[in-house]
Design a protein around this ligand. Structure first.
Ligand SMILES: C[S@@+](CC[C@H](N)C(=O)[O-])C[C@H]1O[C@@H](n2cnc3c(N)ncnc32)[C@H](O)[C@@H]1O
Length: 226
């Protein structure tokens, strides 16, 4: 009796990754043809302890190159966990702007910033295609698991280019468990079409950050891998 129950449990444990992989693949196929922003009620689901272990918000801000005094843009902040970490790292002389196409996400960021007493942050509803900022405004623009959700990423990257200072950088972080995950080579191709060039790649196939710069002359002969 106990042996049978143990066997059933073992089967369930072995089956779970197969079911998860099948669901992931199915969602990936659907999302390839039909892109839309993640429903806002999933914002807290994707901000879970395992994710925070894999992508710690403070370390991610460092990885993106946020430095004290910088003017930074977080595109598609979700529930704002990463925005708060970036705003804290930018410090009192820096500022974190963030935009999301979903008004409910922006409400979440505003509530989180107020609850955590972070004041150097402004969250606005806007599309990545039309950023409500002047030319040459940001030192750094970053996106975390957003690129694959945008139907025309080249158009968004061109808009980033407009608001980026000539010395600025765009950091794109992606993780394989996201059904919209694009490979770094795909992001590099989109970036090149928008006039942005890879200057640094940190991480691995499972989780990477690609840092892009405006000026091809700043590009090292080989992309720096860390
Ligand atoms: C998968 S969530 C990632 C949230 C957060 N960056 C994180 O990693 O937890 C993608 C976010 O991008 C936003 N988004 C999708 N398309 C967008 C667009 N075209 N312009 C601005 N935000 C967009 C979604 O509303 C959502 O908040």
């Amino acid at each position: 009796m106990i042996k049978q129950q143990l066997l059933r449990l073992l089967k369930a444990i072995l089956l779970l990754p197969v079911v998860l992989l099948a669901c992931h693949t199915l969602v990936r196929i659907v999302r390839r043809f039909h892109k839309f922003p993640i429903p806002q009620f999933l914002a807290n689901f994707i901000d879970n302890p395992l994710r925070r272990r894999l992508q710690p918000p403070d370390a991610t801000a460092v990885r993106h190159g946020v430095e004290p005094g910088m003017t930074v843009l977080d595109v598609g902040p979700g529930n704002g966990r990463f925005s708060i970490a970036a705003a804290r790292r930018a410090g009192p002389s820096g500022y974190l702007h963030t935009i999301d196409i979903e008004p409910k996400m922006i409400e979440r960021v505003q509530q989180r910033a107020a609850a955590e007493g972070v004041t150097n942050i402004e969250a606005r509803v806007a599309s990545a295609y039309e950023l409500p900022y002047p030319d040459d405004f940001f030192d750094l623009i970053y996106m975390i698991t957003v690129t694959g959700e945008i139907p025309d990423p080249v158009r968004a990257l061109r808009e980033f280019r407009r608001v980026l200072k000539p010395s600025g950088a765009v950091a794109v972080s992606e993780i394989l468990v996201d059904p919209d995950y694009p490979r770094a080579s795909t992001v590099t191709r989109w970036a090149a079409a928008a006039g942005l060039h890879p200057v640094k790649k940190i991480g691995n196939f499972f989780y990477y950050t690609l840092v892009l710069g405006l000026d091809a002359r700043q590009r090292p002969a080989q992309v720096e891998e860390q």
